[in-house]
Design a protein around this ligand. Structure first.
Ligand SMILES: Nc1ncnc2c1ncn2[C@@H]1O[C@H](COP(=O)(O)OP(=O)(O)OP(=O)(O)O)[C@@H](O)[C@H]1O
Length: 283
């Protein structure tokens, strides 16, 4: 076992306890940054017959380990913006940077979680989590320590060998989050990840996501239609309007950093909910 311990510690990212039975991954060697810069971004969808300005003059800076949520009416360009930050869509003008480096395509520094369950059905939960690290050529032993760590974080250790079809919707999304995080992204991009879940599961997932975010120190850019969800999760909320897609207003969420379920009754929560509701009603 000593050999395993040495091998993992040499990799600089994990430690084995004294018994050597439980491989525990630590974040020592992991120094996340994840500053996102969106500068004068414009996106035009153009075909022979039509021209549609989906995003106009978007300027937004998101700091390291910040949790920012975008809300706005359907079609205002939220997903387009997120996909451009992910490098999945091309921008027309302006630029997007992560830690000062221009985004020119998808990269392991940005993890993505969508509403649809995008797990590989032919792989087990553990194999899904280990998929990214395996692609990167991370050795089996280290991959195992990564999946052990994230199985614990998402509280699905006993489902390591299960296949996606054996999981509930909430469990699948937990695995999707773990799979994205296993790549050690600096930025987690989430497009309505809890949109398809029932109300109770959604609340549980929100709490779990905040726990994970506090542990992992990743920057999160999150999209939702749900104002309560936006306020509960975020440090800042970006409200977008449509035609063309643009930023209307950015709100600081002045709630305690530690978000317990009771925070939903906080006067600041209720006041912000009213203000956001009013703003979105006119969009
Ligand atoms: N490939 C495309 N070609 C042309 N127009 C597109 C394309 N993709 C998106 N659009 C248009 O761009 C606009 C923004 O779409 P987007 O999906 O980003 O909005 P959204 O705010 O995420 O909407 P929703 O909340 O309904 O998911 C919409 O009007 C959409 O029809």
């Amino acid at each position: 076992m000593e050999t395993i311990k040495e091998e993992i510690q040499a990799a600089g990212s994990a430690e084995v306890n004294d018994e050597g039975t439980d491989i525990e991954l630590h974040m020592k060697s992991f120094s996340p940054k994840g500053e996102i810069g969106i500068h004068h971004l414009q996106k035009i969808y153009e075909s022979k017959k039509s021209r549609f300005e989906a995003l106009k003059n978007i300027d937004l800076s998101i700091g390291t380990n910040e949790f920012v949520t975008i809300v706005g009416p359907s079609g205002c360009g939220k997903s387009t913006l997120l996909r451009i930050v992910a490098g999945l869509d091309e921008l027309t003008d302006g630029s997007v940077t992560v830690d000062g480096e221009e985004v020119i395509g998808p990269g392991a520094d940005r993890g993505m979680v969508f509403q649809g369950y995008t797990l590989f059905p032919w792989l087990t939960v553990r194999e899904n989590i280990e998929y990214g690290p395996k692609l990167k050529g991370i050795p089996t032993l280290e991959r195992r320590s990564i999946s052990n760590y994230f199985l614990k974080v998402i509280k699905l250790e006993s489902f390591a060998k299960a296949y996606p079809k054996q999981l509930s919707g909430g469990m699948k999304q937990r695995v999707a989050i773990a799979r994205a995080l296993a790549n050690r992204p600096k930025v987690l991009l989430m497009d309505e990840p809890f949109g398809a879940l029932d109300a109770q599961t959604k609340l549980e997932m929100q709490e779990m996501l905040l726990e994970v975010w506090e542990k992992e120190k990743t920057t999160v850019l999150f999209i939702t239609h749900d104002i309560d969800e936006a306020i509960f999760l975020s440090q800042r909320i970006v409200v977008m309007g449509s035609n063309p897609g643009r930023i209307l207003k950015i709100f600081d969420v002045k709630l305690p950093a530690q978000r317990s379920p009771e925070v939903r009754e906080h006067p600041e929560f209720l006041a912000l909910k009213r203000e956001l509701g009013q703003l979105l009603k006119h969009e």
